[in-house]
Every structure is written in structure tokens, then in C-alpha cells.
Design a protein around this ligand. Structure first.
Ligand SMILES: Cc1ncc(COP(=O)(O)O)c(C=O)c1O
Length: 444
């Protein structure tokens, strides 16, 4: 008899606890085991599980008016949310287009960038430059911009071959001259890529303010985005900030790009906008881009769930909760506490680097801290850490390949923003235990 579930899971050999309840930062499975959700679902469950106020708002909106099609009607929750986002977003990002997730948001931003240039008579501008090691989504346009070869490989024949530059990755910086002090060669690569592609063909550059895909938590140096902005302006290239994981408070600001004092032309959000209670993504655009879209006439792009009233009502409530609970300040404080608490993790010889921005923490594991030499991938070090933490009630994630695409291990912790100081201490203690055990197992 075939004992497989009818449901397809990501890893056919994986075993997946069946989660039946969520309470605050905890997930609880059908056997009653409790796990700290150390990665906030998929980085989206920013307000924790079991938020009754959000559940009530969803029910009320679904009973009152669950849906109307954006091609023929508009609705109050979407109108109100757009105005409120305009008031918190930086610069003149005063206009919003709501979709159902991050990938759809990036697809939408690319089309808007293209239409903007067409409207201004720049017919040839269509290429989107992005960075290796970034993730922008699973749909084909967003995947084309993503710099993760493992995800792209089976589908490359469908992906336009747009230019990619290196990310800012100070821990393993590849550029000569950058040892010790950063001279932003990684940002200058954007100018080289634009010149090589032909400035008249480049529509936009997309980057996450803090990368957390092919490298865990790699905040760029303070001037990095200034340089990116200058280069974009010089060549009439739009700057798209992918804030899908960093937006809505993750780093202690509404949007992480605010740390760099730069205003993008398009800002894409998702995940934390609805704290995981409804699928929602969207694009914020500047006055100039809105003007060009309006001049162009009808926007030839639609999804069934554009401007969904239940999702936008949930996002409104998320903003209420973030403001009422002072969560931006809380994240800043908790990030500082995490920084202090996690110092003791550096005592484990396998810890090469710990990087924190707000409530995002990445731990890079190495065989030799002095040289940052990674473990060989065959030892599967990164996969082992979450197994150990799960035995102690903490769910974290890990990836491999950060050093040279094959070798290099990291562990990721980005808990719900509502985490308390005591819960941070508990999570760091479990990581301490896991790193201690792994150090012994891997004979370091
Ligand atoms: C930075 C970033 N961009 C885009 C996406 C894609 O978003 P979604 O999975 O909602 O389509 C993700 C999802 O992990 C992400 O982290």
C-alpha cells in the first residue's frame, strides 16, 4: 500500500510534525510538543500565533464583504491601507498596489518599472539587474532576478539572462582592496554591469536591504545603498527595494532601507504586512512613477485577489498592533539584548561570525575561525543544528553553500517581533547547547 500523504511536501524524505495550534511565539504539534517558532513561520508571523484581534477582524470583514473585483470596484479597507502606508513609508512612496504575496509583488514592480520607462520613451529599457545570493520569489520573473543557482537550475531555459552582481558580504568579501576597510567595490559593480549591459537597456536594480537568502543576515556597510542610489540615478535606473522579509518592523524600523537613509523608487512588501494571517503583498511607488502609470492609461496587469478587502483589513490591524504595542522600539531593544546574549555563542569554536540586525540573527559556522575555512558540505553541519534545537523545543533554520556555493554553513534565527526578554534568553540557551553538542560531534 502507498503510505505517502496525498499532500506534497518540500522534501519527500523529510518528516514534518503536524502543527495544530499556535500560541505567541510557540507552535504546538498534535502530540503536544511545543516549539519556539524561531523563524516566525516563514519570516511572516511577526506578531506571533493566536492573535485574537486579527482573527476577529478577519471574521467581521469576511461576513461584511469578503471580496469585490478590483477591475470594477474598489473597497474601503484597501483605500484606507494605501493612505496609511503612504504616511509611514519614506519619501514620496505615496501609492500602493496590493497583491497576494512577495513574488507577485516583485513581478508587479518589474512591470511597473518597464511601463514607467516605456511611458518616458525609453523603449529599450527592460533589464532588471539583481545580485547573486538574493531571493526575490518563485514565479518566473522573480526567479529570474533571484541569484540562487539551486532554485534556478531546472528552469533556466525560461529565465531571461539579466545581469547579476555580487552581494555585499563583508565576512567573505571577494574584492581586492576591501580587506579591513570597505571601499564599496561590490556596489560599484552595479555601474560596471549597467555599462556592460548598455545603460539604455537597463530598467531597474533590485536588492534586499538586508540579505537573508543565499547568505544569512548580511547588512551592507552604511554607505552601500547611497552608492547604489547614486549609480541608479546616474543611469536612469529605478531602484526596487525588496522589503518582503525586512519590512513591517523586522529590523526596528517600518522598512529596513530607512537605516540607510535612502528612498527607493519602488518598495515591495509581503510577509509581515499581515503577520501571516492572510496572504498579502504589495508595491509602494513614488509620485513620479504613479504619474507615469496614470499617463500610460490602463495598467495591463491584474490578479484575482488584487486589493483584497480581508487581507488589507488585516494589514490595517497589524499596523494598529505594531503602534499600540510600541513594537518598533521593542524590536530595537530585543535586538540589543540578542546581541548581548549571543556573545557567549562565540565561545564555540565552530562559530565564525554572528550578524544581527533588529530581530534577524545569522550564525555562520566554520571549521577554522582564524581562516573562515568552512566545513565540507559532506559533513552536513548546518542540517544538524536545527535537529538538535528541535529536541530542545526550538525551531531554527539553516542553509549550506555560503562560502563557495557548495560548502559553508549557517543557522538563522528571526523570531516573532513580540518575543520577550526571557524568551530570547531561552532561545539563546538552546542554541548554546546545540552548538556545544555540534562542536563535540564534529570533533573541532
Ligand atoms: C526577500 C524575499 N523576496 C521575495 C520573497 C518571495 O515572497 P513569497 O514567498 O511571498 O512569494 C521572499 C520569501 O521568502 C523573500 O524573503
Amino acid at each position: 500500500m502507498n503510505t505517502r500523504d496525498a499532500l506534497i511536501h518540500r522534501d519527500p524524505a523529510g518528516s514534518y510534525p503536524v502543527i495544530t495550534r499556535g500560541e505567541g511565539i510557540y507552535l504546538i504539534d498534535e502530540d503536544g510538543n511545543r516549539y519556539i517558532d524561531g523563524v516566525s513561520g516563514a519570516g511572516n508571523v511577526t506578531l506571533g500565533h493566536g492573535q485574537k484581534q486579527i482573527a476577529a477582524v478577519m471574521a467581521e470583514q469576511a461576513e461584511t464583504m469578503a471580496y469585490c473585483f478590483s477591475a470594477f470596484f474598489t473597497n474601503r479597507p484597501a483605500l484606507d491601507l494605501a493612505s496609511r502606508l503612504a504616511s509611514i513609508a519614506p519619501g514620496s512612496l505615496n501609492h500602493a498596489y496590493f497583491v497576494s504575496g512577495g513574488s507577485e509583488g516583485n513581478e508587479t514592480a518589474f512591470k511597473i518599472a518597464r511601463l514607467y520607462h516605456l511611458q518616458r520613451g525609453n523603449e529599450r529599457k527592460h533589464k532588471i539587474i539583481s545580485r547573486w545570493r538574493s531571493y526575490h520569489g518563485a514565479t518566473l520573473g522573480a526567479l529570474a532576478a533571484s541569484g540562487l543557482p539551486g532554485l534556478r537550475a531546472p528552469f533556466t531555459s525560461w529565465l531571461p539572462d539579466f545581469p547579476k552582481i555580487e552581494p555585499s558580504y563583508p565576512y567573505r568579501c571577494k574584492f581586492a582592496g576591501c580587506e579591513g576597510t570597505c571601499n564599496l567595490t561590490c556596489a560599484d559593480q552595479l555601474e560596471e554591469a549597467i555599462l556592460q549591459a548598455g545603460p539604455d537597456t537597463v530598467a531597474a536594480f533590485i536588492g534586499e536591504p538586508v540579505v537573508n537568502a543565499g547568505i544569512t543576515v548580511s547588512p551592507p556597510p552604511p554607505d552601500y545603498y547611497h552608492r547604489i542610489r547614486e549609480i541608479c540615478d546616474k543611469y536612469d535606473v529605478l531602484f526596487i527595494a525588496d522589503e518582503i522579509i525586512t519590512g513591517f518592523g523586522r529590523t526596528g524600523r517600518w522598512f529596513a532601507i530607512e537605516h540607510y537613509d535612502v528612498v527607493p523608487d519602488l518598495l515591495v512588501f509581503g510577509k509581515g504586512a499581515t503577520a501571516g494571517y492572510m496572504p498579502l503583498g504589495g508595491v509602494l511607488l513614488t509620485d513620479d512613477i504613479r504619474d507615469a502609470l496614470d499617463e500610460a492609461g490602463s495598467f495591463p496587469h491584474v490578479f484575482t485577489y488584487v486589493n483584497n478587502p480581508v487581507a488589507t483589513r488585516v494589514a490595517w490591524t497589524v499596523l494598529d498592533i505594531i503602534e499600540r504595542e510600541g513594537l518598533l522600539e521593542h524590536v530595537t531593544r530585543m535586538g540589543e539584548q540578542l546581541e548581548t546574549a549571543s556573545k557567549r555563542l562565540l565561545e564555540h569554536p565552530i562559530v565564525g561570525d554572528i550578524r544581527i540586525k533588529g530581530l534577524m540573527m545569522g550564525i555562520e559556522l566554520v571549521r577554522d575561525r582564524a581562516t573562515a575555512e568552512p566545513f565540507p558540505a559532506s559533513r552536513k553541519v548546518s542540517a544538524r543544528i536545527p535537529q538538535i534545537t528541535m529536541e530542545h523545543g526550538l525551531h531554527v533554520s539553516s542553509t549550506s553553500g555560503c562560502a563557495d556555493w557548495v560548502n559553508g554553513d549557517d543557522v538563522r534565527f528571526y523570531p516573532p517581533l513580540v518575543i520577550s526578554p526571557e524568551e530570547i534568553e531561552t532561545a539563546v540557551s538552546v542554541l548554546d547547547t546545540a552548538l556545544d553538542q555540534a562542536t563535540r560531534e564534529f570533533d573541532v
